[in-house]
Design a protein around this ligand. Sequence first.
Ligand code: TMP
Length: 219
Amino acid sequence: MGLFITFEGIEGSGKTTQIRMAGGYLKKKDVPCVLTGEPGGTPVGTELRKILLDKTSLVLSCRTELLLFAADRAQHVEEVIEPSLEKGEVVLCDRFSDATVAYQGYGRKQDIKPIRAICDFASRSLTPDMTLLFDISADKGLDRVIDRARRMGNVPLEDRFEKEHLRFHETIRNGYLALAEENPDRFKIIDASRDVDTVHQEVRIHLEGLIERQGYAVQ
Ligand code: TMP
């Protein structure tokens, strides 16, 4: 069996840059790895992502949103994550079930208990071996999102979640921190307000520790 490592955080936490850097690092070390993410890690997921992030035309009820994220996850686990783990690969995944608890539970203020049950069903109870939580204040995170959007000429903001107000993102951050407190062995909280390279160094330390304990030959 391989290793399943998830990258989590609010918008602007830099986790997507970090997952790319982590993947590059593992490849350089000849560790077999796969980079993937949700929503959208499969062809079906790509279609679901378009619906989920559409900022204009679609009105999604909270329960529909939750079930679409769960559908994306069910497909992703079956088509990508489980087969990769069975091949002994390290799977680096940009968001997983913790995102659903943080966003649809804490963010949208829906009952957490059924959300956990739905995530469990969708993921066939797959739990990450390690979750890296890129922690940053919501105002700093959103400043970064706005800066990035300006640089790319995309103001006003891109998607339904980025358009949400500051309080929504603060609640999600608190949700993630509560999840980390509940699962201290699995979660590593990383201060994501620092520069990209410093954050990457800390990611490397966590990755190295885990993959060496798992018996991968690190070059
Ligand atoms: P991304 O920007 O990290 O690709 O994620 C897209 C958005 O989807 C992001 O705003 C977080 C949100 N999301 C949820 O609300 N619930 C989920 O279960 C997942 C995986 C993502």
